[in-house]
Design a protein around this ligand. Structure first.
Ligand code: UDP
Length: 314
């Protein structure tokens, strides 16, 4: 049985990855400081012999007294609301945290995968975004603390690979949604769904013409695992190019699927909010044979059901 360490393992993506790894016969060590993750997300694995939880901040060195085959470094304050609330911690997680996770992988001779982000492309002037695009990031803007931390983390990862021979992988994750996103996560999909359920107005920022490409969590996790079990070292985009929607369309879709009576209201657009985002997933298709499968409405329906609500029949 091989052992995988998942940093951020009690978070949204991390906890789904832990489940996926357990289902595929791996032992899992979940490392999380519960800043944005929660025990609820991993509660169902509590009695699972192959699962261990370590309460720890990745900013501190990670000591594990057994052999490790994979290190999935997912710990991050990934929502704009969180990284703007904790800007210094966000920079530390991307720098010290990634250093510690890479150090662990090097020591254990493990395959290392970092969850990078479409934010490395900033407010992109190339559309859709291929991995070869260098991005358009404002380093001193409010999003810089996250974007630059991830860009630094990518540089660190490639340096460990090139200079130290660590077996590394970089996943550039685009907008992902689904069960276990926190109610107060602050992102568009979770805000809209919760607002629709509560019968409150859906808060679209700006005129709602900015786009994001929405990938269902199960598709994304499958892609992460395919990348980790490949021998690719260069960054690979993971996201759903078929569901690029404006934020107004996303709000309308959520209202349709939930059957909510909520209205849509418009609020101020945050500073440096990217205007468009869609992954070019040619590399993921070619290298991993990976393709997202879940349609946006279907994904929203599954999420709504997981929250105990019945979606509007198709
Ligand atoms: N957004 C919105 N209403 C909300 C939350 C977010 O219109 O209640 C917008 C936000 O301004 C951005 C887009 O939705 O243009 C996606 O934001 P999110 O925080 O989900 O993720 P991002 O892709 O910006 O990291």
């Amino acid at each position: 049985m091989s052992t995988a360490v998942v940093t951020g393992g009690a978070g949204f993506l991390g906890s789904h990855l832990c489940d996926y790894l357990l289902a595929h016969g791996h032992r899992v060590i979940c490392v999380d400081n519960l800043e944005t993750g929660s025990l609820e997300n991993i509660e169902h694995n509590r009695d699972e012999k192959a699962f261990t939880f370590m309460y720890q901040d990745v900013v501190e060195p990670i000591w594990i007294d057994e052999s490790v085959d994979y290190v999935f470094h997912l710990a991050a304050l990934a929502s704009p609301v969180d990284y703007m609330r904790l800007p210094l911690h966000s920079l530390k997680v991307g720098s010290y945290g990634t250093h510690n996770a890479l150090g662990l992988a090097k020591w254990k001779r493990a395959r290392f995968l970092i969850s990078s982000t479409s934010e490395v492309y900033g407010d992109p002037q190339v559309h859709p975004q291929p991995e070869t695009y260098w991005g358009n990031v404002n380093p001193i803007g409010p999003r810089g603390v996250y974007d630059e931390a991830k860009r630094y983390a990518e540089a660190l990862t490639m340096a460990y690979h090139g200079q130290q021979g660590v077996n590394t992988a970089i996943a550039r994750i685009f907008n992902t949604y689904g069960p276990r996103m926190r109610k107060n996560d602050g992102r568009a999909s979770s805000n809209f769904l919760q607002q629709a359920i509560d019968g409150k107005p859906l808060t679209v920022y700006g005129d709602g013409s900015q786009t994001r490409s929405m990938c269902y969590v199960d598709d994304l996790i499958r892609g992460l695992y395919a990348l980790a079990t490949s021998d690719e070292h260069l960054p690979v985009n993971l996201g759903n190019p078929d569901h690029e929607v404006t934020m107004l369309e996303l709000a309308e879709t959520v209202i349709r699927v939930t059957g909510s009576q909520s209205e849509i209201i418009f609020e101020a657009l945050p500073v440096d909010d990217p205007q468009q985002r869609r992954p070019d997933i040619t590399r993921a298709r070619q290298i991993l044979g990976w393709e997202p499968e879940v349609d946006l409405e279907e994904g929203l329906r599954r999420w709504l059901k997981a929250l105990g609500h019945e979606p509007v029949p198709v």
